[in-house]
Design a protein around this ligand. Structure first.
Ligand code: FES
Length: 68
């Protein structure tokens, strides 16, 4: 799996992946879909990206992480 830390944007994790939210509910992201996690701190829907990084001129490098 490759996790894309987008230039000036979110952390994008491709499905299929399953995660558990703060209330203990399990969610599955299907293959071909992604989950985008905010890293700028401005999202109104944390921990997910809502596009607010664009309005706030968030600046950060791009990184690709590869998992085994
Ligand atoms: S990275 Fe997109 S709203 Fe924070």
């Amino acid at each position: 799996m490759e996790i894309h830390v987008k230039k000036n944007g979110p952390i994008v994790i491709p499905g299929p992946v399953t995660y558990t939210d703060a209330e203990g509910h399990e969610h599955t992201v299907a293959e071909g879909k992604v989950v985008a996690l905010c890293r700028c701190g401005h999202s109104a829907n944390k921990p997910f990206c809502d596009g607010s990084h664009r309005k706030n001129d968030f600046q950060a490098d791009e990184v690709v992480l590869k998992t085994a």
